[in-house]
Design a protein. Structure first.
Length: 152
């Protein structure tokens, strides 16, 4: 259904200012991905598992304590979502803060059932990662990943 054209404002009154369109993210991927062990990576933009790091990816490692952790790339900010909340891309973008100093998000910080948001500081892209399962022995993980590309 087409909208009728807007009427011009009466003479003598300025047209109301139109708010600028925000550069809002749009979802381009939603996948459940499994890393078999610490030598695999999740390519966040492609929504796929990779055998090597990509332009924006996460992997896993021992975490410095032997219990496992997600490895974050240097230009990635993070927000651990409280409880069982399901955040929007806008909420993630607003709440992400500088990533942990050691570049890791320990499995104990995001156990199965947890969600965390990642923001690529160079592009503004957002990834929402819901942890389904982790293995503290070989640092395997299964996660539900939703990727939002920031519109320019």
């Amino acid at each position: 259904m087409q909208r009728p054209p807007r009427r011009p404002p009466p003479l003598g009154r300025p047209a109301p200012a139109q708010p600028p369109r925000a550069a809002t993210p749009r979802s381009t991927r939603h996948r459940t991905l499994s890393l078999k062990h610490y030598t695999y990576y999740v390519d966040l933009r492609a929504g796929a598992v990779s055998g090597s790091e990509t332009a924006w990816s996460i992997g896993t490692d021992a975490g410095g304590d032997g219990d496992g952790a997600f490895e974050l790339q240097p230009l990635t900010d993070v927000f651990v979502v409280p409880a069982q909340a399901v955040p929007t891309a806008g909420q993630c973008a607003a709440k992400t803060t500088r990533h942990p100093a050691d570049g890791r998000l320990h499995f104990r910080q995001v156990p199965p059932g947890s969600t965390f948001c990642l923001r690529d500081t160079t592009s503004g892209d957002i990834a929402v990662v819901r942890v389904i399962d982790v293995d503290h022995g070989n640092y395997a993980t299964t996660d539900d990943v939703t990727y939002y590309r920031r519109r320019s």
